[in-house]
Design a protein around this ligand. Structure first.
Ligand code: PFF
Length: 444
């Protein structure tokens, strides 16, 4: 057996894990979800949820990886036997499903870097931009081509291995991402009239808080921290057995929250300064924002910078969505890394084809939604929460007190918060995750 590759440094791990966490979820979903759900009130709830559940499940996943030095399937199998290994397998499958539609959207962001640079999407009229966007994503070959280019970028990087591939890419791309975010936020916050956008994002409106707010915040927190599919188990498995986790986890979480906040402080002031109203998801990113950029002095530079930011954020996350499968097949089956990467990339792309075509080129629906929406819903609405639920139950109940021993960075240490951690995994995270599941599947 060859020796397992490890991160070159703890900073390398933090960059890679933060790169995983900061993705499309932070930039195109968080600002809108926050604004819609009561602004500052949502933010308070979100921060509370991150502090209680986010930290706990993140630590649970990283510890599982650090102690077993295995991929998600191998980690569950080593500690819990063959039946628990299925929880790891679910994570690997979830990764394929998420990546299949993530590359489609990531392909759009690549395309829009080009379109906004050449001035092809520079109308100030959202109706014009809407039909341009619809024509582009509804086409057959162009969106598939961009998704393929993105998949190749991901595969080339992941094939390079942990240190020379994933870690090195994140060490370059994460500083670039934050630089772009900060520069864009400065520009957005100095726009006359942008204050209304800041108010939309931050002003607390407790009248909008309901049960649904809590489950929206929970779902956003888990997706944003890349929890529930073994990504953090895998990244944790490339740490040394005695690498310390406390500061590293704090840094990952802070960077994730910071990126989401900064994204909100870019998007909302821009949208409000030009009299638009924020819409959800793709419409906000590819229709409303380009219209606002076109109306903005310096917009010809700002628009490509914004889409580049999205593409970079998507790339660093996509690396981490692919890695659990690669690590499973190379650890457990002994496959060679480059060959595994290309085979998995091809499979993901093949699964992405119907998602892309279902945006208009073909009438592909499944369970009453477009193929794309069904994949998104199955992964984020069902599979990720189930994965996080199984992880909490496994670490809280099955591994239990042995997990506490493993969590201690220094042998024998027993900080008070480690007991709180176990209590959360046992009693608080499982019912909360069941709540998200019931809500997302429409049972309640
Ligand atoms: N955290 C990423 C985002 O916010 O876009 C998405 C993601 C990455 C989810 C990795 C799950 C995962 F394992």
């Amino acid at each position: 057996m060859t020796t397992r590759e490890h991160w070159g440094s703890r900073l390398g791990f933090v960059m890679a894990a933060a790169g995983s966490a900061v993705g499309l979820g932070n930039i195109w979903r968080f600002p809108y979800t926050a604004g819609e759900n009561g602004g500052g009130a949502f933010l308070l709830i979100y921060l509370g949820i991150i502090a209680v559940f986010g930290v706990s499940v993140l630590l649970a996943e990283i510890v599982l990886g650090r102690v077993t030095q295995r991929n998600p399937v191998g980690a569950f199998k080593q500690l819990g036997g063959p039946v628990w290994a299925l929880a790891g397998l679910l994570g690997v499958i979830t990764g394929f499903v998420i990546l299949s539609f993530y590359i489609v959207v990531a392909g759009w962001t690549l395309a829009y870097v080009g379109f906004s640079t050449t001035g092809a999407v520079s109308s100030t009229d959202p109706a014009v931009l809407e039909s341009q966007f619809g024509a582009f994503v509804g086409g057959t070959w162009a969106p598939l081509g961009y998704a393929a280019v993105f998949m190749v970028l991901v595969a080339v990087t992941v094939a390079g291995g942990i240190g020379r591939g994933i870690e090195r890419a994140n060490k370059v791309l994460m500083p670039l991402l934050f630089l772009l975010l900060i520069a864009l936020a400065v520009r957005a916050l100095t726009l006359p009239g942008g204050g209304a956008g800041v108010a939309f994002l931050l002003q607390p409106d407790f009248s909008k808080v309901s049960g649904a707010t809590f489950s929206a915040a929970l779902a956003q927190a888990f997706f944003s921290l890349s929890l529930g599919m073994g990504t953090m188990i895998t990244y944790g498995s490339y740490l040394g057995r005695h690498d310390r986790l406390g500061v590293a986890s704090g840094a990952i979480i802070s960077l994730d929250v910071l990126a989401a906040m900064l994204a909100g402080l870019v998007i909302m002031p821009v949208v409000f300064a030009f009299g638009f109203s924020p819409s959800a998801g793709a419409g906000l990113t590819f229709i409303t924002l380009p219209a606002a950029f076109a109306a903005m002095p310096g917009g010809t530079l700002i628009a490509p910078a914004f889409f580049l930011l999205l593409a970079v954020a998507a790339l660093t996350s996509a690396l981490s969505i692919l890695e659990p499968a690669i690590s499973w097949l190379t650890d457990e089956r002994g496959w060679s890394r480059p060959r595994t990467v290309w085979a998995c990339a091809l499979l993901c792309f093949a699964l992405g084809v119907p998602s892309s075509l279902s945006m208009g080129a073909a009438d592909l629906t499944l369970f009453g939604r477009t193929f794309f929406d069904t994949m998104d819903f199955a992964a984020t609405g069902v599979m990720l929460p189930v994965g996080a639920l199984l992880t909490s139950i496994f670490v809280g109940w099955f591994w239990g007190h042995r997990a506490l021993v493993e969590l201690a960075d220094t042998p024998g240490a027993d900080p008070w918060w480690s007991r709180a951690w176990l209590l959360i995994l046992r009693f608080i995270a499982p019912p909360a995750l069941v709540l998200i599941l019931l809500q997302s599947t429409g049972v309640i």
